[in-house]
Ligand binder design. Structure first.
Ligand SMILES: Nc1ncnc2c1ncn2[C@@H]1O[C@H](COP(=O)(O)OP(=O)(O)OP(=O)(O)O)[C@@H](O)[C@H]1O
Length: 719
C-alpha cells in the first residue's frame, strides 16, 4: 500500500501545483475546458517529474518511492477536467457549474476522496505488490492440488447450486405468506405455499448432505496425496538439502504444516463455496426485488471488505513466523532426544529444558500476538457487518415509506438482506484463514517445487564391471563451508581387484573421499571415474549394488538382524544372509541370541554393541557382493582377533573385489597392496608399506607416533 506520508505529500503537491498553475494561467486565458485540460496536463507533468526525482533521490527508502503514486496523480489531476468534459457534452448546465466550482476546496476534497476510494477498491479487487503476488500464486497452487478431482468438484458444484437455490425458497414464500395475510387471499394458497416450502426445504437438505459427503471424502484424499507427494519431493532431494535444512524444519513441514494447510483448505474452501453460491443466489433474488437497495448493499460490501484484507496480511505474516518458531522448538526436542545419552552423561537435562522453554516462550509470544490479532479481526469484522445491516435497514425503510416495494416484497428482501449480511460476515471471517492457509502452504510448496541439485540420472549398467576408480583433479568443499576445501586437486587411482588403503590424520578428508564415491555430493571441479566413465553416467540402483560402504558408526534400523543384513534387497534367502554373516564373523554371536536371525536389532541398532553393529553392517555390504567395497574405519570397534579374521576374508576376496580401506590402525593398513596418504585434503604420498617407510615421510611419522603411543600404553598397563 502507498504509505500515509507519501499520500499526504502527493495531496499537498497536488494542491500547491494546481493553485500556482491556475493563478498564473487564468491571468492570460479565460476559464474554459481547454484551460482546465491545459492546467491538468501541466500539473500531471510536474507531479510525474517530482515523483521521478524523488524516486532516484530517496532510492531504497519508502518515502515517495511507490509507483502507485503516479497512478493516483493521474486520477486526481484528470478527474475534474474529464468529468467536466462529459458534463459539458451531455449536461451543459452541470458542466458549466462544475467548471465554475473548479478550484474550490469542496471540489478539491471531493475529487481526492473519489481518488482514494477508487485506489482502495482497485487494491481490493486486483492484488499488486511483491508479497501479494506471491500469495495469489500460492492460492492458485493450492487450487491446483484439486485439479485431479475436477469431476468430483463439478458434481459438488451441481449439488451446491441445487441446495443454494432451495434455500432461497424460505424468504420468497415468507413474503408470499405476508402478502396472503395482508390481502386475505384464497385459503388454499396457504396450504399450497406451506407444502411447496416443505418439499423444497427437504430437497435442499438432501442435496446439501450429498454435496458435503462428496466434498469431505475428496478433501481427505487431497490431504493424503499431498502428504505423500511432499514426502516424495523431500526424499528425492540432494544431500546438500539435508545438510543445510534442520531436520526439525523438515519434520514440521511433513506433519504440522501440511495438516494445517489441508485443514484450512478444506474448511475454508467449503465455507467459501457455500457462502459464495448463496451470495450469488441472494444477489439475483434481491436485484429482482429492488435494484436500488441491492446496489447500495454491494457498494457497502466493497468498502467493508478492506478490513479483512489488511488484517489478513498481518495474520499471514504471523502464521509464517509461528511456523518457523515451532520448527525451532521441534529441532531442540529432536536434538535432545537423539543425543539423550550425551545429555545424561553431562547431566544437562535442566540446560536442555531451559533451551526448550526459551524457544517455547518465543512461540508463546507470537501466539499471544496472533490471538490479539484474531480478536481484533473478529471485532472489526462484526463492526463492519453490523454497519452494513444498519445501513441496509435504514435504506430499506425509506423505500417502504416511498412505496417503491410491496409489504410482502419488503419482508422477503429483509430476510434476503439478513442472510446476505451474515454470508458476507462469514466470508470476511474466513478471509484471514485463507491467508493463514496460504502462509502454511508457501513453505510446503517451496519443498514440493524444489529441484534437487544433482546431475540427471544415468542409464549405464554394464554386465561386467572392473571396479577401477580414478579421481582426476578433484576439488570439493562442503555446502555448509564453501570457502574451506575438504579436498584440493586430488588425483589417484584405485586399481581393480586390489586392496587400497587411505590413511591420514584426523580431518584429512578421508571420509570426504567416501562421500564423493557414494555420490552424496558432486565435486566442484575435476572428475571421478568408474571404469573410465563418470559416476553420474551409471544407473542409480545398479551403482548402489556395485559400490557398498561400511562406516565406522553404521546405522541399523528397528527390524530383525536378518532384515537389517538384507536391507534394500527385497526377499533374500536365509542361507545367503548366513553366508555373509559368516564372512563378517557375525554368525556366531547372532546364533547365541534366543531368536537367532529373527532377533530385533532395536531402534538404530541399540540392542547390539558397537562391534556387533559393525559386523552386521559388514555382512550387509558383503551380501550385495559389490564390485567396490569401501570400509571407512569399519573395524574400529572390533578386537584384534576378529579384525584379523575379517581381513583374511577381504584379502582372500581381493582378486574379485576392489577394496578401499580407511583406518587409523597402521597394522590394518600395512597389508594393503597400495597405500595413499592424505593430509589437509591433498594426496602427499603413495606406494606400498615398505616403499613409504623407506621414504621416511608422513606415513613413517604416523606409524612411529602410533607405535610409541601403543608402547607407552603397554608400559603404563604393566606398571
Ligand atoms: N558435512 C560437512 N559439512 C561441512 N564440513 C564438513 C562436513 N563433513 C566434514 N567436513 C569437514 O571436511 C574436512 C574433512 O573431513 P573428513 O570427515 O573427510 O575427514 P577425515 O579424514 O575422515 O577425518 P576423521 O579421520 O576424523 O574421520 C574437515 O575439516 C571437516 O570439518
Amino acid at each position: 500500500m502507498v504509505s500515509f506520508w507519501s499520500l499526504c505529500c502527493l495531496i499537498g503537491m497536488d494542491f500547491a501545483t494546481f493553485h500556482i498553475l491556475r493563478h498564473v494561467l487564468s491571468r492570460y486565458f479565460p476559464l474554459s475546458l481547454a484551460l482546465a485540460w491545459g492546467i491538468a496536463l501541466a500539473q500531471l507533468l510536474i507531479l510525474a517529474l517530482v515523483l521521478l526525482a524523488g524516486k532516484s533521490i530517496f532510492r531504497g527508502r519508502s518515502f515517495l518511492r511507490e509507483d502507485k503514486l503516479l497512478a493516483s496523480s493521474i486520477v486526481s489531476s484528470l478527474l475534474v477536467p474529464s468529468c467536466a468534459t462529459w458534463a459539458v457534452v451531455f449536461m451543459p448546465r452541470t458542466g458549466a457549474d462544475l467548471l465554475h466550482r473548479w478550484g474550490h476546496l469542496d471540489l478539491f476534497i471531493c475529487s481526492h476522496l473519489i481518488t482514494l476510494t477508487s485506489a482502495l477498491v482497485w487494491h481490493q479487487l486486483f492484488l499488486s505488490g511483491e508479497d501479494e503476488k506471491g500469495s495469489s500464486a500460492s492460492v492458485w497452487r493450492l487450487l491446483a492440488l484439486l485439479r485431479p478431482y475436477s469431476w468430483r468438484f463439478l458434481l459438488v458444484a451441481v449439488f451446491l447450486v441445487l441446495s443454494s437455490w432451495g434455500e432461497m425458497a424460505l424468504p420468497a414464500y415468507t413474503g408470499r405468506m405476508a402478502d396472503w395475510i395482508h390481502n386475505k387471499e384464497d385459503p388454499s394458497i396457504f396450504w399450497t405455499t406451506i407444502i411447496t416450502l416443505a418439499l423444497i426445504t427437504i430437497s435442499s437438505a438432501v442435496t446439501e448432505f450429498v454435496c458435503d459427503c462428496i466434498f469431505n471424502v475428496t478433501m481427505s484424499l487431497v490431504h493424503t496425496q499431498s502428504q505423500g507427494k511432499l514426502l516424495f519431493s523431500i526424499l528425492k532431494q540432494d544431500i546438500t538439502f539435508f545438510d543445510t535444512v534442520p531436520a526439525g524444519d523438515i519434520t514440521s513441514r511433513v506433519t504440522s504444516d501440511i495438516t494445517a494447510m489441508s485443514e484450512a483448505l478444506s474448511h475454508t474452501l467449503s465455507l467459501l463455496m457455500w457462502y459464495a453460491m448463496r451470495l450469488a443466489f441472494l444477489f439475483i433474488y434481491m436485484a429482482g426485488l429492488s435494484p436500488k437497495l441491492t446496489l447500495f448493499t454491494v457498494l457497502c460490501l466493497l468498502i467493508i471488505t478492506i478490513v479483512p484484507r489488511l488484517s489478513g496480511t498481518y495474520s499471514q505474516n504471523l502464521a509464517v513466523k509461528i511456523q518457523g518458531s515451532l520448527c525451532e522448538v521441534n529441532q531442540v526436542a529432536m536434538e535432545t532426544f537423539s543425543n539423550m545419552k550425551t545429555v545424561r552423561s553431562f547431566a544437562n537435562e535442566e540446560g536442555e529444558c531451559q533451551r526448550y522453554e526459551g524457544k517455547l516462550d518465543a512461540t508463546y509470544q507470537l501466539n499471544k500476538t496472533e490471538a490479539l490479532a484474531y480478536g481484533w479481526t473478529l471485532v472489526a469484522n462484526s463492526f463492519s457487518g453490523l454497519a452494513l445491516k444498519v445501513g441496509i435497514l435504514y435504506f430499506g425503510g425509506r423505500l417502504v415509506t416511498n412505496e417503491e416495494v410491496s409489504g410482502g416484497e419488503l419482508v422477503s428482501f429483509v430476510l434476503y438482506e439478513l442472510q446476505f449480511a451474515s454470508a458476507v460476515e462469514t466470508l470476511l471471517r474466513t478471509y484471514p484463514e485463507v491467508r493463514k492457509a496460504v502462509g502454511s502452504s508457501q513453505k510446503v510448496f517451496e519443498y514440493m517445487d524444489r529441484t534437487p541439485q544433482k546431475p540427471p540420472p544415468g542409464h549405464l549398467a554394464p554386465s561386467i564391471l572392473q571396479g577401477h576408480i580414478q579421481f582426476q583433479n578433484v576439488t570439493f568443499s562442503y555446502p555448509k563451508r564453501p570457502d574451506v576445501p575438504a579436498l584440493q586437486d586430488v588425483s589417484f587411482d584405485i586399481k581393480p581387484g586390489v586392496v587400497t588403503a587411505l590413511v591420514g590424520p584426523c580431518d584429512a578428508g578421508k571420509s570426504t573421499v567416501v562421500n564423493l564415491l557414494l555420490r552424496l555430493y558432486e565435486p566442484q571441479s575435476g572428475r571421478i571415474l568408474l571404469d573410465n566413465r563418470p559416476l553420474a553416467d551409471y544407473e542409480n540402483q545398479y551403482y548402489r549394488r556395485k559400490v557398498s560402504v561400511v562406516t565406522q558408526v553404521p546405522v541399523l534400523s528397528s527390524r530383525t538382524i536378518k532384515d537389517n543384513i538384507s536391507y534394500g534387497l527385497g526377499e533374500t534367502s536365509l542361507e545367503s544372509v548366513q553366508e555373509a554373516a559368516k564372512a563378517s564373523d557375525a554368525h556366531d554371536f547372532i546364533l547365541q541370541r534366543p531368536q537367532g536371525y529373527q532377533t530385533g536389532a532395536g531402534q538404530r541398532g541399540e540392542l547390539l554393541s558397537g562391534g556387533q553393529k559393525q559386523r552386521v553392517a559388514l555382512a550387509r555390504a558383503l551380501l550385495r557382493d559389490p564390485k567396490v567395497l569401501i570400509l571407512d574405519d569399519a573395524t574400529s570397534s572390533l578386537d584384534t582377533d576378529t579384525e584379523l579374521k575379517i581381513q583374511e576374508t577381504l584379502y582372500s576376496n581381493a582378486r574379485r573385489q576392489t577394496v578401499l580401506l580407511i583406518s587409523h590402525r597402521m597394522n590394518v593398513i600395512e597389508k594393503a597392496d597400495h597405500i595413499l596418504v592424505l593430509e589437509g585434503g591433498q594426496i602427499i604420498e603413495s606406494g606400498n608399506h615398505e616403499q613409504l617407510l623407506a621414504e621416511r615421510g608422513s606415513y613413517w611419522r604416523l606409524r612411529n607416533r602410533q607405535q610409541s603411543s601403543f608402547q607407552r600404553g603397554e608400559e603404563q598397563q604393566m606398571m
